[in-house]
Design a protein around this ligand. Structure first.
Ligand code: LER
Ligand code: MN
Length: 272
């Protein structure tokens, strides 16, 4: 079954970014549960910043799961990433992510590598960056396996990285890893910029698709832009996707409206 999730950012430095809830986990979980979401996707400043017992209690109280944990706080707060020219910083990036994989594992959730992949620039060639990215994904994907969850790799649009922008290129890259525990996070906002057809691309990626950022063409809630969401959902059903549609979107016109529109769209597209 395809499940629903909505994002909450706990990172002040992410202000202006595509997250719906910003006022902490308590109010986000209460509101997400009231609207009928299955899960929250959490963007934490670090693994250590999460009070695991408190989060466990909060999830139980509201009957929610964690869909995924983001790792981009390592980039936004520390400017660390996996393809940085400085080996010590690449290592810090890897350990920052590893700690979030351990946190996420406790909640049977995957961690996401999005902005922590970095980009090729200055003295670092794209070829070199892709070698470092592959090494990190193999290591961290193997680390995630002990928790029975995949690691999610997110191809970003050309304005955010020059490593892998298209989903089928990313799927091919993951296929060449010595590790089959890394899955694609397909963000429809990035896909709207890079792909010829969202639906055909998802079908081509098939079993590689592990998670979806459910955003319209303008990064607002599905239904507030011009993406053909029905075709996307039909493609996901055709490939047997049973992960999350997660609203990683701008809180526009406000948090409440963005969250309510996301669940309304999911209910319309996937009647129960
Ligand atoms: C993260 O999920 C993402 O989509 C990126 O655009 C954030 O920089
Ligand atoms: Mn995304």
């Amino acid at each position: 079954m395809i499940k629903s999730a909505i994002t909450v950012s706990l990172v002040a430095q992410a202000k202006g970014g595509p997250f719906v809830y910003w006022q902490g986990l308590e109010s986000a979980c209460a509101d997400a549960a009231r609207l009928g979401f299955d899960a929250v996707e959490i963007f934490p400043p670090s693994a250590a910043a999460i009070d695991r017992l408190a989060l466990r209690a909060l999830l139980a109280k509201h009957g929610l799961a964690v869909a995924a944990f983001g790792t981009g706080g390592g980039w936004l707060i520390h400017r660390w990433h996996l393809t940085h020219p400085d080996a010590a910083i690449r290592q810090q990036a890897r350990e920052f992510i590893r700690a979030i994989i351990d946190l996420a594992g406790e909640f049977k959730a995957p961690a996401i590598i999005g902005s922590m992949q970095g980009k090729a620039e200055g003295e670092v060639s794209r070829e070199q960056a892709l070698v470092w990215l592959a090494e990190a994904l193999e290591d961290l994907g193997a680390h995630a396996r002990q928790y029975g969850v995949p690691l999610l790799y997110e191809a970003l649009n050309r304005y955010e990285t020059n490593l892998l922008n298209r989903q089928t290129d990313a799927a091919q890259f993951l296929e060449n890893l010595h590790n089959d525990n890394v899955k694609l996070l397909c963000d429809l906002f990035h896909m709207n910029i890079e792909e010829t057809s969202n639906a055909e691309t998802l079908k081509a990626c098939g079993q590689s698709v592990g998670h979806v950022h459910f955003a319209d063409s303008n990064r607002r809630a599905i239904g507030f832009g011009h993406t053909d969401a029905a075709a996307v959902v039909a493609a996901l059903q055709e490939i047997g996707f049973n992960g999350y549609l997660s609203g990683e979107i701008l809180p526009l016109p406000d948090t409440e409206t963005a969250a309510a529109q996301t669940i309304r769209a999911i209910r319309q597209l996937l009647p129960r």
